[in-house]
Design a protein around this ligand. Structure first.
Ligand SMILES: C[S@@+](CC[C@H](N)C(=O)[O-])C[C@H]1O[C@@H](n2cnc3c(N)ncnc32)[C@H](O)[C@@H]1O
Length: 217
């Protein structure tokens, strides 16, 4: 079994260097602009209520807040939550960041116009249950934006956390499998291949990367 405290400890330790990856920190103007375009393409008109789950250091939350949305970020790792708060504060952007489990976000009965999740599904113990939970938090006709992938892993890569090999979508999830999991919850699903979009990643990538955008029932 993978326990949440081990996952939180891993990401706490990773938080200070997380933004060094071009697609994490979005420090280059071109990379930032590519993500901004992607988010503006799929987000409802601002101001919308947006929930960013597994928000990390808040790079996407900052873009969404900059576009005029009311953003709530949730992350399991306190150091990520602190980094996200600091990033938006430094930019003079509003945003609310909460410590908690993305699979059961600590937002009570609040509803959102869009839930955004980037690179989180692979580390959830029960990703299908999480999808069902999120569907109930999105207003009818609202949007679920999942930026996911299936990554190449070297056979000698260090283990992520104990028990991670047993996670249902360890290493990522292929688009058709994610579509099948979301389909019962959505009225319309669009898949956008992001693998060849160098602008988003700041470098060439040759694994599977995509966005799944669902209009919710
Ligand atoms: C690969 S990072 C992605 C961060 C951010 N979404 C981004 O794209 O920059 C995964 C993030 O998910 C968080 N995380 C992992 N499991 C979580 C869970 N069950 N609930 C909330 N956050 C979680 C980690 O702390 C980390 O910040």
């Amino acid at each position: 079994m993978t326990d949440a405290s081990a996952i939180a400890a891993y990401w706490n330790a990773a938080a200070s260097a997380f933004d060094e990856e071009p697609d994490h920190g979005l420090r280059e103007a071109g990379t930032r602009a590519a993500w901004d375009r992607l988010l503006r393409r799929w987000a409802p008109p601002p101001p919308a209520d947006v929930l960013d789950l597994g928000c990390g250091t808040g790079s996407l939350a900052a873009l969404l807040a900059g576009a005029g949305h009311r953003v709530t970020g949730v992350d399991l790792a306190p150091a990520m939550v602190e980094a996200a708060r600091a990033k938006l504060d430094a930019a003079g952007l509003p945003g609310r960041f909460l410590l908690g489990d993305a699979a059961a976000p600590p937002v009570g009965r609040e509803r959102f116009d869009m839930v955004v999740v980037r690179h989180l599904m692979w580390t959830l113990p029960d990703p299908r249950a999480a999808l069902r939970d999120w569907a109930g938090r999105i207003r009818p006709g609202g949007t679920l934006l999942l930026v996911e992938g299936r990554w190449r892993q070297s056979a000698d890569a260090a283990p992520y956390v104990d028990g991670a090999a047993a996670l249902p979508w360890t290493g990522g999830v292929l688009p058709d499998a994610l579509r099948a999991a979301v389909a019962p919850l959505a009225s319309e699903i669009t898949l956008e291949d992001l693998t060849g979009d160098l602008g988003l990643w700041g470098r060439e990538v040759d694994d599977v990367r995509y966005a799944l955008v669902a209009r919710m029932r």
